[in-house]
Design a protein around this ligand. Structure first.
Ligand code: LRH
Ligand code: MN
Length: 432
């Protein structure tokens, strides 16, 4: 039985020992600083430990663009090796116990075996993702001109059946949600009748909605363009919200940060969807131009903070049925995917913890008084507070790594996997 290298607690403890001093010093200093703001640092550690985000199965393989994909060494070659890597990320950062699968990329031969394999690594399955944006080998009808909105009813039915099949598999895997993103749209004016296409989308989604179990949620993911380059049927939060309302109480709107035109005020869209009771959750990533799927917090960390500020404001003001699903959705083209996913998960916990540092009393007083500068300063005080020691202590107390990146590199995990996983010809597992 081939051995599978794993980062054991000994490696983590040894690396944590090296960092013990600076963590204690910084934690102590921050504790004093926060006490001046009547903030108890232990409360922040608890918040950090309560936060979790799902890892996209397609994120642990190297991603690419339409121009090229440059696979790294030790790429996971199947869903089991993907889960191995997800287990490693969880071991080091402690805030990623869930994995979001994409079907058919991750379709298991034996679902129960997959659940057990995941469980032994502390993992469970988050939202399922259907795929009607590619044609699979042996597929009868092509999605070239659309899927759930295709003019031909038999193509729509094929796409509906695929989504219902995903839900059935998700039930066995213990998932509680299905994300439906369709790239349906047109490349030229006149190619689609906008109103008819949306009607067909709703007609198809009503059938899928019927297959959603009572304790599940259906996530509608909008995107302003790509793969269609002139019009996209579900192009923004407005049409997504309309559809979620039309479908019923189990339907919600999922916000993928990269699916908005540059400079769109995403934190305000989040506030709207919270207010309308239709926020599904997120696909976190970052971007400079299009749907670049870059690491979360790598380009616009202040926007990420402002999004979490809206989420924490809702959490603290007791918005009912407020259970947003947090997932990463990134493509790692030039970094080690495990490193990028770890650091991205850390950036989300950071934004969440910093949002709990906002003096909401002072903020609402400034808002009432129209004191714009004090309002901004109140947010900036939280955003510029270095909470690295809180995040490190939260990880360490949960058995994780004070320095996930340093510990991962010191472990030689990638080199070990390169030896264990000889590259598979054409075995692309990331987004290409
Ligand atoms: C579409 C998307 C969607 C996934 C895909 C991998 O851009 O964000 O969420 O299905 O990426
Ligand atoms: Mn997405």
């Amino acid at each position: 039985m081939a051995t599978h290298f794993e980062i054991d607690d000994g490696i983590i403890a040894a690396q944590n020992k090296k960092a013990k001093e600076w963590v204690a010093e910084d934690f102590d200093h921050l504790s004093k600083k926060l006490r001046r703001r009547d903030v108890d640092i232990e409360g922040l550690v608890t918040r950090a430990q309560a936060f979790s985000v799902a890892i996209p199965s397609w994120g642990v393989g190297t991603g690419g663009t339409r121009f090229a994909r440059f696979p790294g060494e030790g790429e996971p070659r199947d869903i089991f090796e993907k889960l191995e890597d997800c287990g490693t990320i969880l071991k080091l950062v402690r805030s990623t116990p869930a994995v979001s699968l994409h079907i058919p990329w991750d379709k298991p031969d034996n679902a129960a075996q997959l659940v057990e394999f995941a469980r032994t690594r502390g993992l469970h399955f988050d939202a399922m993702n259907s795929n009607t944006f590619q044609d699979q080998p042996g597929q009868k009808l092509s999605y070239k001109f659309g899927s759930l909105t295709h003019p031909d009813k038999s193509v729509r039915q094929q796409a509906i059946d695929h989504n219902l099949e995903c839900i059935e598999l998700g039930k066995v895997l213990g998932s509680k949600a299905q994300t439906v993103w369709v790239g349906d749209g047109g490349n030229f004016p006149g190619q689609q009748n906008f109103r008819q296409a949306l009607e067909r989308y709703l007609e198809s989604m009503r059938e899928i909605y019927q297959g959603i179990p009572a304790d599940w949620r259906l996530f509608i993911e909008h995107k302003f363009y790509e793969p269609a380059f002139y019009s996209t049927v579900i192009n923004d939060w407005g049409v997504s919200y309309h559809c979620a309302r039309e479908l019923g109480p189990k339907a919600y709107c999922l916000v993928d940060l990269g699916h908005h035109a540059p400079n769109v005020n995403i934190e305000m869209i989040v506030a709207r969807l919270i207010q309308f009771g239709k926020l599904a959750g997120f696909h976190f990533n970052d971007s400079k131009y299009g749907d670049d799927d870059l690491d979360s917090g790598s380009i616009k960390p202040f926007q990420l903070f402002l999004i979490f500020n809206e989420l924490v404001d809702a959490e603290l003001s007791g918005v009912t049925d407020f259970i947003p699903a947090y997932m990463l959705d990134q493509s790692h083209n030039v970094t080690d995917p495990i490193e990028s996913l770890m650091m991205s998960a850390v950036e989300l916990v950071r934004a969440y913890v910093q949002s709990h540092l906002v003096d909401r009393q002072a903020l609402s007083e400034a808002q009432e008084k129209g004191d714009a500068l004090m309002a901004l300063a109140t947010l900036k005080q939280a955003f510029t507070t270095d909470v690295a020691s809180v995040l490190a202590v939260a990880r360490e107390r949960a058995g994780g790594a004070v320095d996930p990146l340093g510990t991962y590199r010191a472990s030689g995990y990638r080199r070990q996997k390169a030896a264990e996983r000889p590259a598979k010809k054409g075995g692309a597992v990331g987004i290409v």
